[in-house]
Design a protein. Structure first.
Length: 275
């Protein structure tokens, strides 16, 4: 099934500029101190198995309409973390995050719709709006991307198995981009960098390569151990290590369908910038 009843009429406007030039560039509103503190309080509740505390702070953040809280609430509903699992509520939260300008909301939505082939048509529609990197066979022209009914007709004209294969790739890529975070150790050490992904979906193969690491000045008092850590290979490859772990999670999260074209190959550069 490519679309649920009423889906074509209910779709919203496109989110533009989320990915550009194959590099990670997720739009995220500036996080206020109050928002950061609220998110930290929710996570504190998680760490201490105190769902009452976590949900209390979550509700406070939702009342304040913090963009990042919508993304977090969506994940909690999707995974059933301190809240009863409810995909409809998760979807609503991800769309609300998108409405207030948090790009990760749309990416989490695509990943959730693609997971278990929950809604192939919707996953591919939103993947096109988010400009997620996809194989050429999975991309549609501007006319189809702008008109839900034309989009559905185009998908229905695809060969059997292609919508499922494209939704799989969209889910993997959305999960990677939506969940990629700046490693705290790299941030503390003043590192920025770029990491390349070469992804072959049919083989479920991800090859990662650190392209560039830049050291920025450390201000304040730094110990000899800190300087030594900055020079170690372990800390210089933190970006790559974090992305490798995330890639392994993505491949485990999404089941590859049989019709994935062996010729499909994707390249993306993840940019971690301190500016």
């Amino acid at each position: 099934m490519l679309a649920r009843p009423g889906w074509a009429r209910a779709l919203g406007a496109a989110l533009l500029g989320l990915l550009a030039g194959g590099a990670l560039a997720v739009e995220r509103p500036e996080e206020s101190t109050a928002e950061a503190d609220t998110i930290a309080s929710v996570m504190h509740g998680f760490r201490h198995s105190d769902c009452k505390l976590a949900v209390s702070h979550l509700n406070r953040g939702l009342k304040a309409r913090y963009p990042g809280i919508y993304v977090l609430a969506g994940s909690m509903y999707e995974e059933g973390l301190c809240l009863k699992a409810n995909w409809e509520q998760a979807e609503r939260m991800y769309l609300r995050a998108r409405e207030v300008g948090h790009g990760a909301g749309l990416l989490r939505l695509v990943a959730g719709l693609a997971r278990g082939q929950r809604d192939i048509g919707a996953a591919l529609w939103w993947a096109q709006q988010a400009k997620i990197s996809l194989p050429a066979d999975c991309r549609l022209g501007p006319a189809a991307r702008a008109d839900p009914e034309a989009f559905v007709r185009a998908l229905q004209a695809w060969p059997a198995g292609r919508p499922q294969a494209c939704a799989y790739v969209a889910g993997v890529m959305a999960f990677l981009v939506g969940d990629a975070e700046y490693p705290r150790s790299s941030l503390a050490m003043g590192f920025s960098g770029r990491v390349e992904l070469q992804y072959t979906p049919a083989d479920e193969r991800m090859d990662w390569k650190t392209l560039e690491i830049t050291e920025h000045a450390l201000y304040g008092v730094s110990s000899g151990d800190t300087v030594a850590d900055r020079d170690s290979r372990k800390f210089r490859l933190q970006f790559e290590a974090a992305l490798r772990d995330l890639g392994a999670q993505a491949l485990k999260r999404f089941q590859r369908p049989p019709a994935v074209d062996p010729a499909w190959a994707l390249r993306m550069v993840f940019v971690f910038d301190l500016r």
